[in-house]
Design a protein around this ligand. Structure first.
Ligand SMILES: [Zn+2]
Length: 293
């Protein structure tokens, strides 16, 4: 596979980095990738990484479920259950800023948009993956875009649910988001948290490293730094409490070749109880607004 090497930190541009961890792609290729840490700002990023053209091959797996609606294993069923439970909770978070027009950037098969539309929001979605986009279009029609260049509106809320860590041209896309967020708008970003207890516990087997699909591994510090670079401020941070259970199941599968449901459940609980004190949950949601608004 064609790889590219980043010479600069995507967050602070420093050329100085050190090896943080070597992690295997358990889901698709079984290849190993290095996660580097910027010596200046501590940002963790996968480097070298597949070129944008070769990244697509790393999404081709029956196990890679965010783009499909299959449900034939316990993990898929738990994932779907958690997703349904999470929809209402995500919507309640989004509606706090009383939005009218919402964009889900990387909307996948469109579950969140369908839910928001039912609640009366005007919704748009962007999804580059054709297979997922076609499913979203079946229920949401022309409001789903295949390219961002045709999107001209400014949105009251733009959501990225586990999307930012997948984007090769990170700063370009955050600039685009900046330009398409209304003056009083909110950018809602959910990403895994490598400072979570489950990340420390499973170490290189932690499923949310998900290399090379995850190009970045944001912490509270580095996400805040990226926001600052683009004149965004972090308004609030929220936990995703179900992710620790799902991630523990997958991590056990990587480590022991079985999901160990009871052990995963207990580790999920442990992770959440540890996180409670420090807001270091398995995944975190960041609500950003324009600085100086
Ligand atoms: Zn840096």
């Amino acid at each position: 596979m064609a790889l590219e090497n980043l010479t600069n930190c995507p967050v602070c541009n420093s050329t100085e980095s050190k090896l943080h961890k070597t992690v295997k792609d358990y889901t698709v290729s079984q290849e190993e990738f290095n996660i580097m840490q910027c010596k200046n700002c501590s940002f963790l990023y996968t480097n070298p990484r597949p070129t944008p053209d070769s990244l697509g091959a790393y999404y081709k797996s029956d196990d890679y479920i965010s783009h499909t609606n299959k449900s034939n294993s316990p993990i898929h069923l738990i994932y779907k259950l958690a997703r349904t439970q999470t929809l209402r909770w995500k919507y309640n978070l989004v509606k706090k800023s009383k939005p009218k027009l919402l964009l889900d950037y990387g909307c996948g098969t469109g579950h969140f948009l369908t839910y928001c539309k039912k609640k009366g929001l005007e919704v748009n979605g962007f999804e580059p993956d054709q297979q997922a986009r076609l499913i979203a279009k079946q229920t949401l029609g022309e409001s789903i875009f295949s390219s961002t260049t045709t999107i001209k509106s400014k949105f009251d809320v733009i959501t990225l649910w586990h999307v930012l860590e997948h984007i090769p041209n990170l700063n370009e896309v955050v600039d685009w988001l900046k330009n398409h967020l209304a003056e009083n708008g909110r950018l809602v970003i959910a990403v895994p948290n490598p400072n979570a207890y489950d990340a420390k516990m499973y170490d290189k087997y932690w499923a949310a490293y998900d290399v090379p699909r995850h190009l970045y591994h944001f912490t509270k510090k580095t996400l805040t730094k990226l926001a600052d670079r683009h004149s965004f401020s972090v308004e609030s941070i929220h936990p995703m409490k179900l992710d620790s259970f799902y991630v523990s199941l997958l991590s056990n599968k990587h480590k022991h070749n079985q999901t160990k449901p009871i052990n995963s459940f207990l580790n999920g609980l442990k992770s959440n109880s540890y996180a409670n004190k420090k807001m270091e949950y398995s995944s975190l949601i960041y609500v950003l607004k324009h600085t100086n608004v």
